[in-house]
Design a binder for this molecule. Structure first.
Ligand SMILES: [Fe+2]
Ligand SMILES: [Fe+2]
Length: 273
């Protein structure tokens, strides 16, 4: 079973590179399931209903969020009628939307997707480890779901690695988002969970985290905001993690970072070529 995860889509450059390439990738690699993090897809801040629909139309089976979930206020409303849009599971009780969803993949498998947020250098939320435990208890790998993917939206690598090790053997994949830079340790952990600390963003890498550099550099130099953060509009790189899953166990047999287009070194998915 073939699963692709794409990291934070930032602004128009990120949307363009995803929407232009995802349908072809699905066809070329016969992908069974695709998850895209869309927390920065609307001008770098949040997601609109129209953009969410565009990502789904391009082939995403689920769209995840993060600390920017509500930057576009309309997301608080339309998330209630869009079951394929997930916000972090560990927000306070009563938060609109849902943090986990069970979806049918193109090969017929049931895939559980969970979006959770870390707590180091992030807003204070419920414990992500325990929140995920409760979801996995309700829908375990094997009896409840054929594959399970966790998008862990967090800043600290220590927290991401700890969650990966903690969940190893119980899920198909733990992939990090939020830092907007892909890490180089794409791999399968000892217990069969595909793991990568950060998938990297889909967006223009000639930037600061996908934003035009002038304002972030100015804020570091002067501590005085001069203007708005605006997304960089150069050619985007599509960044993500490809995971091959044994359909009998739901565990990963292979995992590799994908990087396509734009300014980064190009990486195809070798084990599917
Ligand atoms: Fe992000
Ligand atoms: Fe984020």
């Amino acid at each position: 079973m073939r699963l692709l995860f794409l990291g934070d889509v930032v602004g128009r450059s990120g949307r363009d590179v995803v929407i232009e390439n995802l349908p072809g990738l699905i066809q070329r690699y016969k992908l069974d399931f695709v998850v895209v993090n869309g927390e920065n897809s609307a001008g770098g801040f949040g997601i609109t209903e129209a953009i969410c629909d565009d990502l789904l139309a391009a082939g995403a089976d689920a769209v995840t969020l993060g600390n920017h979930s509500w930057d576009q206020r309309e997301a608080l409303v339309f998330i209630e009628r869009q079951p394929r849009l997930l916000r972090p599971l560990n927000y306070p009780a009563g938060t609109p939307g849902r943090g986990a969803g069970l979806y049918k993949a193109r090969n017929g498998a049931e895939v559980l997707v969970i979006n959770a947020m870390g707590r180091i250098f992030m807003p204070e939320l419920d414990c992500p480890f325990r929140a995920i435990d409760a979801e996995l208890e309700a829908c375990p790998l094997g009896s409840g779901a054929d594959a399970i993917l966790i998008d862990f939206h967090a800043e600290a690598t220590s927290e991401k690695e700890s969650l990966g090790i903690y969940l190893d053997g119980r899920v198909s994949c733990v992939v990090g988002t939020h830092t907007h830079v892909p890490t180089a340790e794409d791999r399968v952990l000892a217990g069969g969970a595909a793991y990568m600390s950060d998938a990297g963003m889909c967006g223009d890498y000639n930037s600061v985290l996908g934003m035009q550099p002038e304002e972030p550099v100015n804020r570091f130099l002067t501590r005085i905001p001069k203007g708005r953060m605006e997304p960089s509009l150069g050619p985007g790189t599509l960044c993500g993690l490809a995971v091959d899953i044994d359909p009998k166990t739901g565990l990963a047999t292979n995992a590799q970072a994908l990087q396509l287009g734009g300014a980064l070194r190009q990486r195809k998915i070798e084990f599917w070529e």
